[in-house]
Design a protein around this ligand. Sequence first.
Ligand code: GAF
Length: 387
Amino acid sequence: MKNDLEKAQLAVLFEKLFGSTPRVFRAPGRVNLIGEHTDYNDGFVLPASVGFSTYVAIAPRSDRKLLIHSEEFPGKFEFELDRLPEKRVGAWCDYVLGVASVLRRRGHELGGANLLVHGEVPIGAGLSSSAALEVSSALALLSLDESHMPLPEVAQICREAENLFVGARVGIMDQFVSCMGRAGHGLLLDCRSLEFQFVPIPAGLVLVVCNTMVKHDLATGAYNTRREECEAGVRAFCKWDPAIRALRDVSVEMLEAHGDQLPATIRKRCTHVIRENLRTLDAARALADGDLDRVGKLMHDSHESLRDLYQVSCRELDAMVEAAQGLPGFCGGRMTGGGFGGCTVNLVRAENAEDFAKRVAERYRHATGIGAQVYLCAAEDGAQALS
Ligand code: GAF
């Protein structure tokens, strides 16, 4: 219903702007239930796609220009398809351009097109507005030559766009779940093999996403540093077992045997990743069994590990996690996404969700002086063509 409405409104606007009837594509943002900073370590993640989406309307042009417009993001961009920039231009259109450039490099003959973007995923909140824009743009651009690409491949193209064009060394989680998410389910993904399974989220639970409304500047630099620290960990463990290719391959026994020979910071980062992988598998089982006490405990441990070992939390995220404790209907919560601001995710019983949202925001304001936004979400389906 909501998607039909968004599609119709965007199509009307598109016709007014460009004088032709578009096709419309949608891709959602995500929350990650558990499995943080594990994707680029070939590990496991358990995200869900949520009801905020980015919509892209597209229609071909007769020349070889790419026009990228949006009503809510600033700037109207025009590029020659045969002279696309090699690297980011420093604007939101980079996510679209990056995808176009990777598709062309892979041999897709894109023709000229007009694109109109409508994004409702909160920006900078750690809910993957960039993956939603990449994936919806990829589906739109692929429709130009009627290409049928399996969605997991679309996810890989989008990740490549972000790694090589935008210059952010992200893992595959966000793009994958934006493509493949399923209503009512978390998606347990093996980020090495890309095998996945859907884990039902017990009926009667709401995903309450609490936005701290802060995003610290540190985020991008620190993300890349964490990746380098993990790589340093892999190099160290390789000395003890040359078969180790990623932290995914390091067992807890190996960590315990050799951990004290690692520099303290590297040891902390490795400990987080190795144990977070186990917690993620454990949480997927517990969620499927409806063992919410166990899921809650694992989410709690995940947050502490991200705070103390991986050191990607911040005062506001900790305050938001703290604010949820003990509220009626609360089953578990933690920071979600890359960290240094953004959101927490909370599993809350449906009958308590409205009250939880109000009270968590009050407590957070009391602790930090900041007015939060709180979203009551369900896991929704991944990307799709709407027309
Ligand atoms: C960001 C990245 F984009 C993901 O790939 C993932 O690494 C996440 O941070 C941390 O789990 O969202």
